[in-house]
Design a protein around this ligand. Structure first.
Ligand SMILES: [Zn+2]
Length: 162
């Protein structure tokens, strides 16, 4: 995404459009794949320090759930892009590396397929079934710590980032 500095008027420039998903260069073994183009809505301007850009990025991703390992669609939204790029000796600036970095930083570290609530993660169901009989123990004198497995699961399960 090359910006010609001379095309930026004094009062700034608003840009909206799409970039090919390939700019993300997502590593294939990470379980994250772009399912569509990178869409942007940016305001650009020049000041004494160089080029600045603020705005938003959107890209539809396909991620792999850390719990059930199934792939699911995740619309990534970076609402607070804020770039400052030193004025280069050339007349063009390539924003691609900066935009890619913003998106990579916004990738969920522990993606869960039930992020939207529209789906129940099969992995989460299994965890509930394991815990259920203990909840219905109906006052049996079994004093064994009831939630040994649940506690273990909590230790193993990373905190939900949201
Ligand atoms: Zn899942």
């Amino acid at each position: 995404m090359k910006i010609h500095l001379r095309q930026i008027p004094d009062d700034g420039l608003h840009l909206e459009g799409e970039e090919d998903r390939d700019i993300l260069e997502l590593p294939a073994d990470e379980g994250a794949r772009a399912a569509g183009p990178v869409r942007y809505s940016l305001d650009l301007g020049l000041d004494a320090n160089g080029l600045w850009a603020t705005g938003e990025l959107f890209v539809d991703l396909e991620l792999r759930c850390v719990r059930c390992l199934e792939s699911f669609r995740f619309p990534l939204h970076v609402p607070d892009v804020a770039l400052q790029i030193e004025r280069p000796p050339t007349e063009t600036v390539d924003l691609t590396p900066s935009l890619r970095e913003d998106i990579l930083l916004a990738l969920p570290a522990y993606p869960h397929c039930d992020w939207s609530g529209e789906r129940v993660c099969p992995g989460r169901l299994e965890a509930q079934e394991e815990a259920a009989p203990l909840a219905e123990s109906d006052g049996r004198s079994d004093s064994r710590p009831p939630s040994a497995w649940a506690t273990l699961d909590q230790l193993k399960t990373p905190a939900n980032p949201s």
